[in-house]
Design a protein around this ligand. Structure first.
Ligand code: FAD
Length: 482
């Protein structure tokens, strides 16, 4: 049989479930990536993720040609809904193979493609690849989905074994890779070819492609034993920085989880905590699969009654947050980090999201959309889960009366102000504790540091104590009677 492997967010030619199944099922397998205009048209013309994808495609194409010299990646610029059925028809493919993507827009796209293929007598065959457990694989005894993390994690750990963590030996079946048809043997396009402009991705020195994912993981492997100690401090190289690679599948979740699990069973704490983060990823993916309403509205419907700030003042506060002008240095440094690099440290994502919802009283969806546009590792399920957690509207969220104090967070997690100074050089000479709250400095202290509030750095846009009171009042609509 002839088949078509449709790569989406699984940009690697090793340990790839759909690719493995396709190679086993077909005599002739073609490989395609669609630069999907249904997605690309909505993006700004300079987008780091588009650049990341093109670099990953270059490596994927080379990897396919290493597996079978005449093979390689076919690509199209257009709507996947049309392009996939057309290409399957042109290549006489009886089946198209792809890996699951449970984001609601991807599900809708796949349903349409499946329908079009069925009309031609062809099938869309999909596999689990981007999670260890997905959809209904880890359920409660009653057969319902978990909506609390701790018992989900316990059930996940109980179920996992070598079967779920082992790699798919793609190379063993590479002889089924078909030569690229004439006319399809063109190199992966450049940014300009698809109407995009360069970003600062190269300056950021993020290791790209599957080789970059491998390199980052090797580096992280050597410090994984310290993860639980280092992960909360944004000035420290604590986390793995693999988010973007997990997002686009330039690393295999099975390889990562299996390394972490092996070290965990040896009793190491760092890997155990990191494995837990990978389990959070599965957790939020299955939440979105079971409760797609959460993509649009509060997971807990009673929280939709909350009245968020609206109007000109709210919009001005939102702009201050986006541009890192809130007057709270840790929040502003965090926003500078995401704006300049497309990355934000996890601790800061929590602080910035909490600040938007609980200090500024703004709708969590505004912040969610901003992160979705900026984050290199943007993932609908994790981003939505993180925002709803911070806004207390989510499944296993922080209680609404827990309101992060951005100054205390700063003192605890960036005690010396190292991270703040990296992103807010105008505060360079302001020593701790003042760097965490410049408005507390005296005129003399400010002058000594060369900072004039309102000129070099803004005064706080809200007062913490007042914001706290307003938030408690705002959330009173969801308070359950005692
Ligand atoms: P590491 O600490 O090395 O973690 C390894 C991997 O585990 C991550 O790459 C990620 O895939 C997964 N992971 C870690 N924490 C979580 C979590 N809380 N939920 C789900 N998966 C997790 N993560 C995203 O991947 N995409 C997002 O769009 C996203 N948006 C977020 C928004 C908010 C408001 C919050 C609070 C968190 C968000 N996260 C998101 C989760 C987390 O902040 C990032 O996964 C992490 O900071 C990525 O950096 P890393 O790869 O160095 O992480």
């Amino acid at each position: 049989a002839t088949g078509l492997m449709w790569f989406r967010r699984d940009l690697r030619a090793f340990d790839n479930a759909a690719l493995y199944h396709a190679l086993r099922a077909c005599r002739q397998l073609h490989c395609v990536f669609i630069l999907d205009t249904d997605i690309l048209d909505a993006l700004p013309r300079a987008d780091r993720r588009v650049e990341f994808i093109l670099a990953a495609l270059d490596e994927l194409d080379a990897a396919l040609r290493r597996l079978a010299p005449q093979a390689g990646l076919i690509w199209r610029l257009g709507s996947a809904r049309q392009q996939i059925p057309e290409l399957a028809h042109a290549l006489h493919a009886q089946a198209v193979f792809a890996n699951h993507d449970d984001e609601p827009p991807a599900m809708a796209r796949d349903a349409q493609v499946r329908g079009a293929l069925a009309g031609m007598g062809a099938a869309l065959l999909t596999s689990k690849d981007q999670a260890i457990f997905e959809r209904g694989e880890v359920m409660t005894q009653a057969g319902t989905p978990y909506s609390v993390f701790t018992p989900y994690k316990a059930a996940w750990l109980k179920k996992v074994d070598a079967f779920y963590l082992s790699s798919y030996p793609v190379a063993r079946h590479a002889e089924a890779l078909a030569p690229r048809p004439e006319g399809e043997r063109r190199p992966v396009p450049s940014l300009a070819d698809i109407g995009f402009e360069p970003t600062n991705l190269a300056e950021l020195k993020i290791p790209l492609g599957a080789s970059g994912g491998q390199q980052l993981f090797e580096e992280f492997f050597d410090r994984m034993d310290q993860y639980h100690l280092a992960r909360d401090y944004p000035a420290v190289k604590g986390p793995s920085y693999l988010g973007v690679h997990l997002r686009f599948g330039t690393v295999s979740i099975r390889q990562l989880a299996s390394s972490a699990q092996q070290l965990t069973v040896q009793g190491m704490q760092g890997p155990a905590v990191w494995l837990s983060e990978l389990i959070w990823r599965d957790f939020y993916m299955q939440i979105l699969a079971h409760f797609p309403h959460a993509a649009e509205s509060a997971f807990k419907p009673e929280y939709d009654a909350i009245k968020w700030e609206r109007g000109k003042h709210a919009e001005a506060l939102f702009a201050a947050w986006c541009e890192g002008r809130t007057g709270y240095p840790l929040v502003d440094a965090a926003m500078a980090q995401i704006n300049q690099s497309g990355y934000m440290h996890n601790r800061l994502r929590m602080v910035a999201a909490s600040f938007l919802t609980k200090h500024l009283g703004l709708d969590w969806r505004w912040g969610e959309a901003y992160f979705a546009e900026k984050l290199n590792d943007f993932d609908l399920s994790a981003n939505n889960g993180g925002w709803q957690w911070a806004a207390s509207t989510g499944c296993d969220a922080q209680p609404y009366f827990r309101i992060f104090n951005p100054v205390t967070q700063s003192e605890r997690f960036d005690a010396e102000g190292k991270f703040i100074r990296r992103y807010l050089p105008q505060l360079e000479n302001l020593p701790p504790p003042l760097v965490h709250a410049p408005w507390r400095a005296s005129a003399i202290e400010l002058a000594a540091a060369g900072v004039e509030l309102g000129r070099d750095y803004p005064r706080p846009v809200v007062d913490h104590a007042e914001a706290r009171e307003r938030t408690l009042a705002r959330y009173a609509v969801v308070k359950k009677p005692l």
